[in-house]
Structures are given as structure tokens and as C-alpha cells.
Design a protein around this ligand. Sequence first.
Ligand SMILES: [Zn+2]
Length: 380
Amino acid sequence: MHNNILDDIKTRYSIMDICNRLNIKVKNKIARCVCPENHNNNDKKPSMGIDAINNRFKCFACGISGDIIELVKYSKNISFKEAVEWILGYNPYKNNNNEKTPERSRREDYISNMYNEPKEENKKINKVDNVKRFDVEPVNDINDTQDNKKNIYKDFLRLLIPAFEAKTALEYFEKRAINIDILSTYPVYFLEKESKSIIKSLKAKYNDDELIKSGILEWSTKTNSSYLFCYNHPIVFPFYIGEDIVYYQVRRLDDEVPKYKQIKRPIQVQYNWNIVEYGDKGDTIFITEGISDCLSLASLGYNNVIAVLGVNNFKDIWIKSLLKYNIVLAFDADTAGEQATKKIAMKFLEYGNIVKTIDKSNWSKINVKDINEYLINNKG
Ligand SMILES: [Zn+2]
């Protein structure tokens, strides 16, 4: 089968739908492994991460991973070809003869159409590319631009790999005492490809102006050319609202400055905000100062952690969405952290809500000022 067709199948069918069809229950992006024989206890405590953005899965206990075809292959214990056919809707169990049923003809037409489609699209993209320099920016097309930005962010993420699949990223987090099991529940990605190839893929679909406006590319006046905003910062943290990605923060592997970089656009939500979007009334939600502390608190076994990027970036408009929860502030044990804790607690109090803070009473004794230091201190 032609590679284009396979690539198309791998992206056209969402892994969530495939899981549904396979009767795999996914909760918080985690499911029981499809190879229970690899596990003691049939993987009772689920360890297979489902990555709906990249349409991939990975079991972080036994290590099997792959795309939707692999998932079907493993879970039904069938061949690659049978898995492809199963996804497309053939029933390899019932129809073992080669009889050309109407359904089969329809599927075959469908496959040949899939083969033609990308070519047509490429033509269109080239046309747009040729005229872009002479286009005048539309003035009141704000929604279009927003949608476009979302698409660019999504396409950018597809070019990365989940951190739990990247050796370098795993080493980075292990060095910082982060429990790597949590990387399949918290959105963390890794830039493995060269930025050149990332830029090339994005430019096949978007023009320079769109990419620069989105913040994914930045403009260098020195070289008079654009570059990938995170080329030195390969650890990538996407910020979601529902399925949409609205923002990125990125981090270097070493401790050169700036350690972190952000998309140069206004920030709408905190990191891991979807637990605020989809949580139940009365849930406890922890707010940390930065993503490193967020992952550290999660590593210590706390669920439902979100992160504000610096205490001074806490926005009052977020409070209304947080009121139905039991909020615990987990900021640093320094002056800025203490002041922000007081200030934000007072704002919640205006709505009649009393926020809690984590217990930092023994931090000064063990010379610890934030959660990551506490975690490292606790581990060894
Ligand atoms: Zn497994």
C-alpha cells in the first residue's frame, strides 16, 4: 500500500474514535494497556498514555507504542494489513473471500480518492504562497486570524513528539526528580527534529506573515530572516482550552538564560487549564508558580495542579472560573510568593471563598524555597 495512503489513515482517524471502537476506556488520557500479558495484574492500574494530538499511544510500563494501526494490531492481535482493513471498515473476520461487495468497492474508491487529495491541496497551497507578498492584511478578519493561529499551533505540535517518547527529555526530567510517569498526563512535548525541517513543514501550509503573527516564527533583523521561536528551547509545554492550543512555553535543556521562553502573545489561561474547564465542583486544584513546580507537585502525588507563569501574571479574570473549586496556592516561600499569596487570597475572599495554602512551615529548616527544591530534597 502506498505510503501516502498509510499516512493519511494514521491522521484521518482519531485515536479517541479508534479507542471507542476497540472498547478501550480512556480516562485523563490514560487507558489500560492493550497488551495485558506484558503486565502483572493485567495492567489494573492503567499505564498506557493516549496522545490525541499526535494520534499515538505509549505504554510507559511495558514500552509498546505506536500509531492507530499499531494500536489496532496489538489490541486485536491481527496483522498489519488486517489492522488497516479493520480501520477502514472491512471486517477481516467475516469476509475472508475476495468477493467485490458494494461496500468493498466504495472503500476502494475511498482509498484512491485519499491518494489524489493531497496532490490537489498542494497545488492550492503553492498558489497561495505565490501571491502572499502582495496581499494586504484583512482588517476585520479577527476570527479568521484566531482560527488560523489555532491551526498553526496544532500543526506545530504534530511536528513534535511527546516528552515521554524522547530519551533526552526523559533524562532532563529525571535529573530534576520529576516522576516521568506523569508526563503522559501533563502536556509536555519535545522538539526532536531540526528546526529547519519544522519550518519547512509549516511553510508548506502557511506563509511567513501568518507564522510570525502566531509567534511560532520570530523575525531576526540581524539576518533578515525568520527562525523557529524555540530552536534553543526543545522542551515544549502547550496550553490548552479544550482541544485547542492557545499558547506555548518552552524551556532549554541546560540552565543558560533565558531558561524559559514564551510565545509573544497575550496569555489566556494557565498551564493545564483543562482541569478547570472540565473539573467537578468541590475538586481541589493546586496553583503553582511555574510549570516546573506544577510537575514537581504532581510528582509528589498531588492531582489537579495548574501553573501560573510567575505570580505577577495571575489574572483576575480567572477567578470566576476557579470559584467552584477548593483552591490551594502553592507559591514560592520568598517575598514575591508570600505577597502574591496574600493578594490573590484577598481577591477570592471578595467572592466569599477562602483559599488554602500548602504547608511550608518546615521549608526554611531544610533550606527549601519552592516545590521542586522540596521534591529534590525529599528524594535524596
Ligand atoms: Zn503495557
